[in-house]
Write a protein that binds this ligand. Structure first.
Ligand SMILES: NC(=O)c1ccc[n+]([C@@H]2O[C@H](COP(=O)([O-])OP(=O)(O)OC[C@H]3O[C@@H](n4cnc5c(N)ncnc54)[C@H](O)[C@@H]3O)[C@@H](O)[C@H]2O)c1
Ligand SMILES: O=c1ccn([C@@H]2O[C@H](COP(=O)(O)OP(=O)(O)O[C@H]3O[C@H](CO)[C@@H](O)[C@H](O)[C@H]3O)[C@@H](O)[C@H]2O)c(=O)[nH]1
Length: 480
């Protein structure tokens, strides 16, 4: 029986391995992690992450050929294929701080693999890493080896949160990079056989190591670039009276552009886009390519601009101050159908409003109060470390309350900010909402989910990203 061990039971390791176990009943899959609470949760009825369809997959194979364990060394030693899916945060100190990837967790995993192995292994990079990482990992593995052969592959993951299971069941492609040596090609073949259980052969792409590593960074940079492009257009739409949804639709019907990933928003969030672009920027700088680095840096700059532009709109519309005013924040996750808040634009918007002394009442159907308080207190990039290394949550923040009902958050508020496109925000009883608010009642829709005309008929003053401005907002000072 082939044995797979995955180091890192997070958003990638957990769902990916669960799907491999489901699709390959004759393979034993063990997911290991240093975080005992996470492993306990994977072994319980309350999985550590919210992801549609995940419970079902885990229930079908857990205890049969899918196991979760903290006994990292034992399971690594026994495995034929070791996936490494640990955190690769942005460095906060030292050389490359604020840009380069911190490979501490990866390196310690590689050293441990080298120490405990007693048989040949294929070691698979599942984490997103800088191009050329495989070379460094190979050195660590081979330097420590005791006659054991390690073959390294790059197999980056392209799943998106909220649709992880659907993405894993039917990936656009699986990418496997390896050395162009007989051992490298043999290892590629072995990993290809795993995915071939359910992925059509023409969707399994095999490349050299560096192409696979760089393709992951490039894919995220291109995706994020589309969002920053449409968000940049949204500012111009507001200035000219064009409607960004109409512009997106018009350009998206050109088959060379395509319709996906053209939704204007308050900004992109999530654990990957910013981190991976910063990493790409750093790699370009290290390779003496400042123009290329600056090109990609601009994607992040526009994203930061979009979040600040939103805060400025809120404050300037509400008579240039939100001091002491209750603002309801609807949604805190970085997108719908996930409880993940890593780099969510809600953090920057909330911090901006708190900086102007607003009182926030926050509601998200999947995010806990503890997580929100922690996010609002955390320093940039601290979130991307294993749980036991993160700062504890602060006891309280007098300006912030977290509630478990949208109407409760909205009651007596002066304004509403929609930060996540949860379906339930489209279907609120907006007449009831209006009646329960202070007047004038403002809605700032950061996700373009509400029906602007209907809400204006009710009496709201509505701001929706990239849409023709409310006459109220037109009279306000320019904020761009
Ligand atoms: N989240 C996504 O949607 C996504 C998608 C594609 C790629 N990625 C990449 O995959 C990697 C993992 O991301 P994630 O979202 O799953 O992170 P995560 O924080 O959810 O999970 C990482 C896990 O690794 C564990 N870990 C760290 N060091 C360890 C060690 N030495 N031994 C055992 N366990 C260890 C941590 O405790 C944590 O549970 C990152 O490089 C990320 O960029 C993420
Ligand atoms: O048209 C769009 C599409 C997305 N977003 C925002 O962009 C962010 C990222 O969304 P999405 O890409 O759907 O989710 P992620 O889970 O971050 O997935 C991205 O990052 C992963 C980690 O590397 C990759 O594996 C995926 O392929 C890539 O889509 C979210 O805040 C979205 O709200 C927009 O604002 N407008």
């Amino acid at each position: 029986m082939v044995k797979i061990c995955c180091i890192g039971a997070g958003y990638v390791g957990g769902p990916t391995m669960a799907v491999i176990a489901l699709k390959c009943p004759e393979i034993e899959v063990v997911v290991v992690d240093i975080a005992a609470p996470r492993i306990n949760a994977w072994n319980s009825d309350h999985l550590p992450i919210y992801e549609p369809g995940l419970d079902d997959v885990v229930k079908q194979c857990r205890g049969k050929n899918l196991f979760f364990s903290t006994d990292v060394e034992k399971h690594v030693a026994e495995a034929d294929i070791v996936f490494v899916s640990v955190n690769t945060p942005t460095k906060t100190q030292g050389l490359g701080a604020g840009k380069a990837a911190d490979l501490t967790y990866w390196e310690s995993a590689a050293r441990m693999i080298a120490d405990v192995s007693k048989s040949d292994k294929i070691v698979v990079e599942k984490s997103t890493v800088p191009v050329k990482t495989a070379e460094a990992i190979e050195r660590i593995l081979t330097h420590n080896r005791k006659g054991i052969n390690f073959t390294i592959l790059s197999n980056p993951e392209f799943l998106a949160e909220g649709t992880a299971i659907a993405d894993l069941f039917k990936p656009d492609r699986v990418l496997i990079g390896g050395r162009e040596t007989p051992e490298g090609q043999k290892a590629i073949h072995s990993l290809k056989n795993v995915y071939a259980h359910w992925v059509p052969e023409d969707r399994i792409l095999c490349t050299n190591l560096w192409s696979a590593e760089l393709s992951k960074l490039a894919a995220n940079a291109f995706l994020a670039q589309r969002i920053s492009s449409v968000n940049a257009m949204s500012a111009l739409c507001e200035a000219t009276g064009a409607d960004v949804s109409q512009v997106s639709h018009s350009i998206g019907t050109d088959s060379r552009i395509g319709p996906k990933f053209l939704n204007a928003s308050v900004g992109f969030g999530g654990s990957c886009f910013q981190k991976d672009i910063l990493n790409l920027v750093y790699i370009c700088e290290c390779n003496g390519l400042p123009e290329v680095a600056n090109y990609w840096k601009q994607v992040i700059k526009v994203n930061d601009y979009q979040k600040m532009r939103f805060v400025n709109r809120v404050v300037s519309s509400m008579f240039n101050t939100v001091s002491g005013k209750k603002i309801a924040i609807l949604g805190f996750a970085f997108k719908k159908d996930t409880g993940d808040t890593r780099e969510t634009p809600a953090i920057d918007v909330c911090k901006g409003l708190l900086g102007d002394k607003a009182k926030l009442s926050i509601y998200d159907p999947q995010v806990t109060e503890d997580q929100i308080m922690r996010d609002l207190a955390m320093k940039k990039f601290d979130w991307d470390h294993p749980a036991h290394l993160q700062p504890l949550s602060p006891t309280s923040n007098k300006q912030v309350s977290v509630v478990w009902d949208a109407y409760e958050a909205i009651k007596d508020a002066h304004g509403i900010c929609i930060m996540t496109e949860w379906d339930e925000f489209k279907n609120l009883d907006y007449q009831k909402v209006y009646d329960s608010m202070q007047k004038p009642a403002f809605i700032f829709d950061g996700r373009n989910v509400v029906n602007v005309n209907k809400l204006r008929e009710i009496g709201f003053i509505v701001y929706s990203i990239g849409k023709p401005l409310d006459s109220w907002l037109k009279d306000m000072p320019a904020v761009a």
